[in-house]
Design a protein around this ligand. Sequence first.
Ligand code: ATP
Length: 516
Amino acid sequence: MSKAKSSSDNARNVLMDKIVSLCKRRGFVFQSSEIYGGLNGCRDYGPLGAELKKNLKDYWWTRMVRDRDDVVGMDGAILQNRRVWEASGHVGTFSDPLVDCKETKARFRADQIFYASAVIGGESHGYVSVTESPTMAEEAEQKIRKIQKKGGIKGEIAALEMEPLMEATPEEHALIPSPNSTEPGTLTEPREFNLMFKTYVGPVENDSNVTYLRPETAQAIFVQFKNVCDSSRIKIPFGIAQIGKAFRNEINPRNFTFRSREFEQMEIEYFCRPEEGLPLLKEWLETRLKFYEEIGIPREKLHILDVPEKERAHYSGGTYDIEYEFPFGIQELEGVAYRTNYDLTKHQEHSGKTLEYIDQATNEKFIPHVVEPSAGVDRTVLAVICEAFDEETITNEKGKEEVRTVLRFSPRMAPIKCGIFPLLKNKPELVAKAREVQEVLRPHMNVFYDEGGAVGRRYRRQDEIGTPFCVTIDFDTIGENGPEAEDTVTVRERDAMTQERIKIADLLTYLLERVR
Ligand code: ATP
């Protein structure tokens, strides 16, 4: 492997560490139950993370529901009748292949393990295994080196061959060590592991009271399709949108909030006539790509994966994954899938209730087809943070060089829109004026009042959490330098660090034009 590759992998890990540490230090994301040692796969959003997440969900709701005539919202329960999950196929098939390490009892998703062998001195030496990551080839090489050293095998590694564990023959599988071990054959055979969290409804823990925490929000939409149609008189093509928690007992939660056991989804089921399905799939892909640009994720950092037929669900008429270049690799943010009329058909079969749509104009009856854009809130929040994170060397107010950490959030997503600083905290007129400005802005946006420390330090604290504007109330504002500048403030912009003098009377309009 080339040095350049390994150093860029390393840089990506360092970047991710910096992001995770900033998220904790400034109150975006904490480990859940941290004082008790945490709970794997679960995170809590702190004060700024909660604001950021809310801004994302509100903006999604505005663009996907309120700005459109053809989409309505709903808010379904997390717990549904168990039969919902039987009909949807989740009880039978919502599983991942799991393997155990016989030595350490660690569990892995079999489809995320790669095994490698190396050619040294014209001979093949193997095997080692690693879990999928951008640095996996490097890790495999290091493991092979260790074996080489231990066994006194001399010579350069001429080639490294890596294959997915799922493609190993039974003979190979028997010789592959687990990623946690170097002993051959420490991996069990793969078995299917259902990802749903099981629970009981009511006080009696018996089989008939079993249900599951929903693994996706979509099914409540399908189940309520008829009620929504009848109560809102909306006509096909139309969509039902929902934001809410989903739970999956992921075998291997990882990459910070990227793969969690508790997460949130933003989903739309867009119902249509069969012939409209494919054109609408393309249309929704474009709509969703545009949305990401509107929240500060540039088009060139997004990748579209046209999921090949053999990897799609059997009922799918086409699926696009929208992927983002995270520091830990290119990974899925959202799936846009044409699900044909599979879901409604299944629910009609299992419930015995008709889920047909009647076209009032033609009296034609049919089970609608559906296009589903399904996005993850947590993954999008993470992408927004990764995209915003930047460090630059600047010359500070004292003429010294320093590293400025800045989250370049689009103002629309920023948790705090404006910082408000009185120049000095012990000058009552400055404080009173700053509080006045705060009251003018507060009803319209999230603002933050800060009177502690030098203004330069206060700017830096706001830069680090992505606040796009800071307003300073100084002696000019309170008329100490003559009537000319009275009732004007300095507005400083985060990215260019430029400053402008604005009349307090114009401040609200100035900021609203820039943060909405
Ligand atoms: P993956 O292949 O990454 O497991 P998926 O294809 O199973 O994801 P879907 O079932 O299509 O995901 O769910 C739609 C969206 O929900 C995903 O694009 C993702 O944004 C989000 N999502 C799914 N699983 C998780 C998870 N474990 N943690 C965080 N977000 C998730």
